[in-house]
Design a protein around this ligand. Structure first.
Ligand code: DHB
Length: 311
């Protein structure tokens, strides 16, 4: 029997494939479709304290090789997602879901995490340090001093399982510096990568999304080599008790297989889920199982992190 089940921290999941934050996770209706699919779990749209409409439309565009977006954190607000998650954890006591969060300021981030700490929420929290699309707000994770300060402050009061959503890094020294910071804190997972920030797509001499004169986060096929490099660079540098969620450039079961080879314990699908809908989870799971069968693997732990190098 071939199984694609996995673990993040102390939680078990029946499948290692799920949605990436931002896709099929805005409201209960979308989340329910992921819940009732083959996905192992879901992550909610990154929530801020208050409801946000986000940037003007069009703000997302599928392209031949991926997608570009500048959504601007449209979300239904912290309470909406927390209430739904609390409802689901009563209904499905054996399942674990991921709650994605970030404040528009450091203070708001602390407000959100203190609310989680004081709630009955028993799942995983993903702190999004990598939103590239709010005009005037730089990505937190590209500022290592701010990242370390926030984590230091958070772990003074927060003791539930927490992970970090990271942007792609592009320099080996940055992998070293970032990993050194993450290794100081009791985080349960890191998620690599968010979109490659501030790309530009042009059609007929014109940008394809309205916010920020067309600049937006790039996802899909374009980003797979960057995603794999980030997963593997951190796999080699972070404590072994920190799990990695691999996100970026997953179109097929082979892409999931490669993320796991690089060290991912869970793999998220964004652009391809947007293009194909939640049936994508059964297609890609079947493709992954077919590869595992050909190679004689019965569980993902048999090849996770075992990327081969040249002599
Ligand atoms: C948005 C985009 C992101 O990549 C992210 O991590 C959070 C929010 C957005 O534009 O809504």
């Amino acid at each position: 029997m071939i199984t694609t089940k996995t673990r993040i921290g102390n939680f078990e999941f029946n499948n290692c494939i799920m949605n990436a934050a931002g896709v099929y996770c805005y409201d209960k209706e979308e989340l329910e479709k992921v819940l009732n699919s083959e996905a192992g779990t879901f992550v909610t749209k990154t929530a801020t304290l208050n409801v946000r409409e986000g940037n003007p439309t069009p703000r997302y565009k599928d392209t031949e090789l991926g997608s570009i977006n500048s959504m601007g954190l449209p979300n239904l607000g912290f309470d909406y997602y927390l209430d739904y998650l609390l409802e689901l954890q009563d209904k499905y006591p054996n399942r674990t879901f991921i709650f994605s969060l970030v404040g528009l300021s450091k203070e708001e981030t602390h407000t959100l995490l203190k609310k989680v700490q004081n709630s009955d929420f028993k799942g995983l929290v993903e702190l999004n340090l990598s939103c590239p699309n709010v005009p005037g707000k730089p990505q937190i994770a590209y500022d290592f001093d701010t990242t370390e300060t926030i984590l230091k402050e958070v772990f003074e009061y927060f003791n539930k399982p927490l992970g970090l959503k990271l942007p792609p890094y592009f320099d080996l020294v940055h992998f070293d510096q970032a990993a050194e910071i993450f290794n100081k804190f009791p985080i349960v997972f890191i998620n690599c990568i968010n979109s490659i920030g501030n790309g530009l797509v042009i059609e007929d001499e014109k940008v394809v999304i309205k916010p920020k004169n067309g600049f937006g986060g790039i996802g899909g096929e374009y980003v797979k080599p960057t995603a794999l490099a980030n997963v593997h660079a951190f796999y080699k540098r972070i404590r072994k008790d920190i799990n990695i969620i691999g996100t970026g450039g997953v179109l097929t079961g082979r892409d999931v297989f490669e993320h796991i080879l690089c060290g991912a314990s869970m793999v998220q699908i964004g652009t391809t889920l947007h293009k194909e809908g939640p049936e994508v989870f059964s297609r890609i799971t079947n493709e992954l199982k077919e590869i595992m069968k050909e190679k004689g693997y019965s569980s993902i732990e048999e090849f996770r992190g075992k990327l081969k190098y040249m002599d």
